[in-house]
Ligand binder design. Structure first.
Ligand code: BLA
Length: 505
């Protein structure tokens, strides 16, 4: 299949049949007979691929190493387990290698990379990194500290925390980088920059490293087995990389990259994404430390997010109580849109509020023009009544929304009377951003075959186009808070109506 910009998410990135030239791969059948090797295997074992395939592995390697590897097999407890051995010698007095061992479709896959004997105090390292993280008071500085720690550990020029939105688009929410290389912080990218199959793969294999985008991949021999299948490299640590992604990195002037998955609640929350402007090969052991750190980071993130959510909902309940008691002592407040907007927007972030009561309307902040507000209210009356309604794309609700999209692209409507007639509506402005790109010192003279699309600028432009007419979505906890506020507002409105009726008698 020829891969281009239109079919990226069907590229079989786990079946490219090659590894990066920093290491060696050997695939064994369950009886330890060699079924495939990487074409460079002679550098490791002195024998050519043709002389090895079909032979028992024991003919090429010491009995003690076979013994150690067999023991390690016992640790492969889940289908996605990868065992690691550091500082292994193939022969006494020989070089040290780090070894990854896993199963792929019933075959045993061994990968060797140059390593060293010295192993640092890795648990101490992770413990110190975690202690630093735990001192950070809020999520933003927690992300930033995570980026800093990964950079300190691996030494890449740039380390970003890249967070996925529900639709797969992403945002750089934190960054640590060397001076003078510009910043990507705050920028957004469309889902297609990390296609679906790559995101799926990154949930299983948590770390991938691209040592050098210019390196020529080493083929696996034979490419296809008797059934015509390529070796499934999903869990490989040396897997060669999609040419489309290499083109992207080259266009950016990036020479090497590494990313580590951040998995929260079983979903790919984001990545630590690292760039380096020259080739770089952190050892397997270092990578393992960073991978462990990322897993601890993810757990901490999960509990912080949960705490932050609980705190948010508690604060919102307080606001709801304040609203109730304020109106109880001064009912005219309800007719004051600025007061109402202030209090509502402190519970649910928004850019403006429109109030519609008995056919009268009032506004505060950034909102659509009044005639469009009327149309919106009519459309709301036609939606499921009696519930909070939300959209991040008002254009899907009423005609002509483009004309005010900049001010209001999303809304959250709280019906405040029994019949669907009166509403308080919170508006959010369009999410599109204008960015002033700094001069790009790494801009290449020539782009790859797919042209400039595979660059952060074009990619950002693509994202901007995709979010035309859309706001940041209202999220589930905000909807829950809106339901609480709705109950309070209805209580107030009914009480006022009762009082008015009593006065008339
Ligand atoms: C993979 N794309 C990736 C990865 C990242 C990005 C972080 C993980 C691999 C790695 O660590 O290098 C994207 N990198 C970014 C973004 C920034 C960044 C957004 O630094 C922003 C600052 N890529 C495209 C397009 C396609 C594409 C348009 O931009 C396809 C049409 C494909 N990206 C693509 C593929 C992979 C990938 C196929 C998987 C690479 C692999 O693991 O083999």
């Amino acid at each position: 299949m020829t891969v281009d910009l239109t079919n990226c998410d069907r590229e079989p990135i786990h079946l490219l049949g090659a590894i990066q030239p920093v290491g060696f791969l050997i695939a064994l059948s369950t009886d330890w007979v060699i079924s495939r090797v990487s074409a460079n295997i002679a550098e490791l074992l002195g024998a050519e691929p043709e002389a090895m395939v079909g032979q028992p592995f024991a003919e090429f390697i010491s009995p003690s190493l076979i013994h150690d590897l067999r023991n390690r097999m016992a640790y492969l407890v889940s289908p996605d387990s990868v065992e690691r051995m550091f500082g292994v010698q193939l022969a006494e007095g020989g070089r040290y290698y780090d070894v990854a061992l896993h199963l792929s479709e019933g075959q045993i896959i061994l990968e060797f990379e140059p390593g060293s004997q010295t192993s640092g105090d890795t648990t101490g390292m992770v413990r110190a990194m975690m202690a630093r993280l735990d001192t950070r008071p809020d999520l933003a500085s927690f992300y930033r500290e995570g980026a800093r720690q990964v950079r300190a550990l691996l030494g890449y020029d740039r380390v970003m925390v890249y967070k996925f939105a529900p639709d797969g688009a992403g945002e750089v929410v934190a960054e640590a980088c060397k001076a003078g290389i510009g910043s990507f912080k705050g920028l957004h990218y469309p889902a297609s920059d990390i296609p679906r199959q790559a995101r799926e793969l990154y949930k299983r294999n948590l770390l991938r490293v691209i040592h050098d985008v210019e390196a020529v991949p080493i083929a696996i021999v034979p490419q296809r087995d008797a059934m015509g299948r390529s070796l499934d490299l999903s869990l490989s640590v040396l897997r060669s990389v999609s040419p489309i992604h290499l083109e992207y990195l080259k266009n950016m002037g990036v020479r090497a990259s590494l990313s580590i998955s951040i998995v929260v609640d079983g979903e790919l929350w984001g990545l630590f994404a690292c760039h380096h402007y020259s080739p770089i090969s952190p050892t397997f052991e270092r990578r393992s430390v960073s991978d462990l750190f990322a897993q601890m980071f993810s757990l901490r993130l999960e509990s912080r997010e949960r705490r932050e959510m609980a705190e948010y909902e508690r604060r919102a309940r307080d606001i709801s109580d304040q609203l109730l008691s304020a109106v109880a002592s001064d009912e005219t407040l309800l007719k004051d849109p600025d007061w109402l907007a202030d209090i509502l927007m402190s519970a649910i972030p928004a850019d403006g509020v429109g109030v519609w009561i008995n056919g009268n309307y009032a506004f505060s902040g950034t909102t659509p023009p009044s005639e469009d507000f009327r149309a919106i209210v009519r459309a709301l009356n036609a939606t499921a009544a009696g519930k909070v309604f939300t959209t991040d794309n008002i254009g899907s609700l009423v005609k002509g929304a483009e004309s005010f999209a900049k001010e209001a692209s999303g809304l959250l409507a709280i019906p405040i009377s029994r019949s669907p007639r009166d509403y308080v509506v919170l508006f959010r402005s369009e999410m599109r951003q204008s960015v002033r790109w700094a001069g790009d010192p790494h801009k290449p003279v020539e782009y790859g075959p797919n042209g400039p699309r595979l660059t952060p600028r074009e990619s950002f432009a693509e994202w901007n186009e995709q979010v035309e007419g859309r706001s940041r979505p209202f999220l589930q906890p905000e909807l829950r808070v809106a339901e609480t506020l709705r109950a309070t507002l209805i209580e107030v409105v009914l009480r006022l109506a009762d009082e008015a009726a009593a006065q008339r008698q």
